[in-house]
Design a protein around this ligand. Structure first.
Ligand code: SF4
Length: 444
């Protein structure tokens, strides 16, 4: 049987696309392998949000060139955001690439592969098969009969209309489109029938779901209620909401729907209003803090995490200090923190007042140190508390233990029998770390 490997960079949406591409290849008789040397087809599902993963893709393509010299029948495809954005450059720098698959053409990966193989069989001069659009506007096709798994990503919305000045996503993923509600519910019901307990709803601005639907607007909070009613599903998460669209009905849905977890990832990006404006984020620090305040007032145990960029063009020392102050005030449970990385084609990349690399690095280190301290303090304050944990499997840190996540999305490691995998159990936190807890199973 021919084999395939998919290497994935970037966000959960890419992970989900990779799963879909795998299903389309399996439909054509391919089976997965993790060993590159064994693979007949290698797909690189790429990310353009920062420069590092892009560089990594080109270096991986360099390694694959050598492998392909030994295995000339190997088919190499580049998919995802870089395929959408940098197809010409990929073709020039990596002529051994056989196909390019844009972000809206995941479902066509099997047909493209067939096209490559057919041309080889006919010894035709190979025009590089390429599927990508300038602006993505249609909804991708999806396979909804998926492999059974405990936790599953479910895209509910594609693309973005916000056009933050640092972000390439509206260009690589196109305009905001919501999936029809009935399709989402159908997919989740099928997942539940196959044993999925937790769904993570995906969208670039997930809480603006429901605009422009042919069937009429379905607010995100209403969608959560409909999913909450699906038998078999026990946990619902979503990522990432956009602060301006975080309305009171969503706070109420989190507070009242038992399957919606007490956890929100709410990207702040900067703690300074001038920088937020330059980023074209459509909220102020005060409005952001107001949402956090309402969330904590209504759902006292809620865990709130965030994304922050330091060193955006023009960011002064004082403006960076403002971010530190907001982080101190809000006390996030955790954060993804980055130094600003200019993305060609975005307005911010063309701004003249770029911050030198060493200053960005210095600021990033200070922010990480602060946030890590806060995360440790918050976790330490929860030692002794009993958490509800969905058991995912053996711990990777210590395979003699089990690992799972609390409702607040904190990792818990504890001793227990393998029969608990897939179940929801109660675990007391004994020891706190930056990454989560060691705990003890609490018998009912
Ligand atoms: S909201 Fe901004 S950062 Fe998020 S995907 Fe849209 S443009 Fe990018």
């Amino acid at each position: 049987m021919p084999r395939y490997t998919i290497l994935t960079w970037g966000c959960q949406m890419n992970e989900e696309d990779s799963e879909q591409m795998g299903l389309y290849l399996q439909e054509r008789g391919y089976e997965p392998t993790e060993r590159l040397e064994e693979a007949d087809v290698v797909l690189l599902n790429t990310c353009s949000v920062r420069r590092k993963p892009e560089d990594k893709v080109f270096s991986t393509l360099g390694q694959l060139r050598k492998l392909k010299e030994r295995k000339p029948h190997m088919v190499i495809g580049v998919c995802g955001c870089m395929a959408q954005l940098r197809a010409e450059e990929i073709k020039q720098r990596a002529p051994h690439v056989d196909m390019i698959v844009g972000t809206a053409h995941v479902a066509q990966v099997g047909a493209l592969l067939e096209e490559v193989l057919q041309k080889r069989r006919l010894a035709m001069r190979l025009e590089l098969p390429e599927r990508k659009g300038a602006i993505v506007t249609d909804l991708p096709q999806r396979k909804v009969d998926r492999q059974p798994k405990l936790k599953a990503f479910v895209p509910i919305q594609y693309g973005c209309d916000k056009f933050c000045t640092f972000c390439i996503v509206p260009i690589t993923r196109g305009r905001e489109r919501s999936r029809p509600t009935a399709d989402i519910l159908d997919e989740i019901k099928r997942l539940a029938e196959r044993g999925t307990k937790e769904v993570i709803l995906l969208g670039q601005t997930v809480n603006s779901y429901g605009k422009n639907l042919l069937e009429g607007r379905v607010p995100f909070a209403r969608l959560l209620k409909l999913i909450n009613d699906i038998e078999g599903i026990e946990r619902i998460r979503f990522t990432s909401p956009y602060p301006r669209d975080f309305r009171d009905d969503l706070i109420e849905a989190i507070a009242t729907l038992p399957k919606v977890m007490e956890q929100v990832h709410l990207p702040l990006q900067s703690g300074d209003n001038t920088i937020l404006k330059a980023m074209r984020r459509l909220y102020t620090v005060e409005q952001f803090e107001e949402i956090v305040h309402k969330l904590r007032e209504r759902i006292p145990n809620i865990a709130i995490t965030t994304d922050i960029i330091v060193g955006f063009p023009g960011e002064t020392d004082e403006q960076f200090e403002n971010t530190l102050k907001v982080v101190e005030r809000i006390r996030f449970d955790g954060a993804f923190m980055f130094a600003y990385s200019p993305r060609p084609g975005t307005p911010a990349a063309a701004m003249e007042n770029q911050v030198p690399r060493h200053i960005k690095q210095e600021r990033l280190e200070r922010l990480i140190a602060l946030q890590n301290r806060i995360t440790c303090e918050i976790n330490a304050s929860q030692v002794g508390r009993v958490f509800e944990v969905l058991v995912e499997g053996p711990s990777q840190k210590d395979p003699s233990k089990l690992a799972g996540f609390t409702r607040e999305n904190k990792m818990m490691h504890f001793v227990g029998g393998r029969e608990l995998i897939g179940k929801i159990v109660r675990v007391r936190a004994d020891e706190a770390h930056l990454w989560g807890f060691y705990g003890t199973l609490v018998e009912d």
